[in-house]
Write a protein of this length. Structure first.
Length: 127
């Protein structure tokens, strides 16, 4: 029997389209893409690329916690960047949120992201 639940938290930005922040199926959580929106204002964070990457990890962490887990439970992380020159910075910031063993990961260069964001991340978590 499949146990399915929609995850929602006010500590991460509300969905800006026809999707859920996450969907939990049994012990697997599918995390929707997070861009660097401040959940309080629903606006992109002010600041440089480091601020955007940090906000995305904070948003993902909030959804993980609302799902009953944490970032350490992410087994697959997808990173979308409008400029792959920021790859090293993403690694640097990611190292402050994750410890080994790190999740499987992909980093993909894209032409554009919603709301003019420079970074978006989604993932799969097993708890």
């Amino acid at each position: 029997m499949t146990n399915k639940a929609v995850i929602q938290t006010e500590k991460a930005p509300a969905a800006i389209g026809t999707y859920s922040q996450a969907v939990k199926v049994n012990n697997t959580v599918y995390l929707s893409g997070q861009i660097p929106l401040d959940p309080a204002t629903m606006q992109l964070v002010d600041g440089d690329m480091r601020a955007q990457v940090t906000r995305v990890f904070d948003n993902l962490a909030a959804v993980c916690e609302a799902s009953g887990g944490s970032l350490k439970d992410i087994v697959k992380l997808n990173i979308f960047l409008t400029d792959l020159a920021h790859f090293a910075l993403v690694n640097e910031v990611m190292a402050t949120y994750f410890t080994q063993p790190y999740p499987a990961r992909a980093a993909i260069g894209v032409a554009s992201l919603p709301r003019g964001a420079q970074v978006e991340m989604d993932g799969v978590m097993v708890i």
